[in-house]
Design a protein around this ligand. Structure first.
Ligand SMILES: Cc1cc2nc3c(=O)[nH]c(=O)nc-3n(C[C@H](O)[C@H](O)[C@H](O)COP(=O)(O)O)c2cc1C
Length: 180
């Protein structure tokens, strides 16, 4: 039985919840997986058969700990089946919701020495009530530019959980050595 490590970099918990959904989906297929915060974990990726990293976008970037982690564990990440997914609000647009069309994922992969076998993009959540005044203003501006909701009462989850389930199937195939 393959064992997968699911690591997240998350500010408001969505990337963690996606990892937990992947874990549940793998468990339903009889596969084991551990979920941990990428920046804090002491789990050794070398002890796993497959590694998945999921990270959200904040102010146009992933947390720098993501690239740090990739650089530190590059040999293991390159040697094992691995996947990366990116969570952001731009991905709510149908024209920007694939690894080929999402600008953040494309930019990250262009600067990243790791080539995961599988890539995913998931649309995130917008909840102005949870942000501090500066972040709220910033996000309203970003949404205004992107023709998204700017009402400060907006609480909306754009994540397509069927897509997450589909991705889980791909991760299971990857971990079990059934994917190219
Ligand atoms: C302060 C802040 C800045 C953000 N900046 C961006 C951004 O530049 N582009 C984008 O598409 N989404 C942006 N987002 C949206 C997040 O990626 C989205 O809320 C996601 O669901 C967060 O996932 P997490 O809970 O795992 O951190 C931002 C969110 C916050 C709170």
């Amino acid at each position: 039985m393959a064992k997968t490590l699911l690591l997240y970099s998350s500010v408001y918990g969505l990337s963690r919840r996606i990892c937990e959904r992947l874990q549940a989906s793998l468990a339903a297929r009889g596969e084991e997986a551990d979920v941990a915060a990428l920046a804090e974990t002491e789990l050794d990726p070398a002890a796993y058969d497959a590694i998945v990293i999921g990270a959200s976008i904040r102010h146009g970037k992933h947390n720098p700990s993501v690239l740090d982690f990739v650089r530190r564990h590059l040999a293991v990440l390159q040697a094992k089946p691995s996947a990366f997914f990116c969570v952001n609000l731009v991905a709510r647009k149908p024209t920007k919701n694939t690894p080929q069309t999402n600008p953040y994922l494309r930019r990250f992969m262009a600067a990243c020495p790791w080539q995961p076998k599988l890539l995913g993009v998931f649309a995130g959540e917008l909840d102005y009530s949870r942000y501090g005044p500066l972040d709220r203003r910033m996000m309203q501006f970003v949404m205004w530019i992107n023709k998204g909701p700017t009402d400060p009462k907006t609480q909306v989850a754009f994540t397509n959980w069927d897509e997450v389930e589909r991705f889980a199937g791909q991760v299971a195939a990857l971990a079990g050595g059934r994917a190219g």
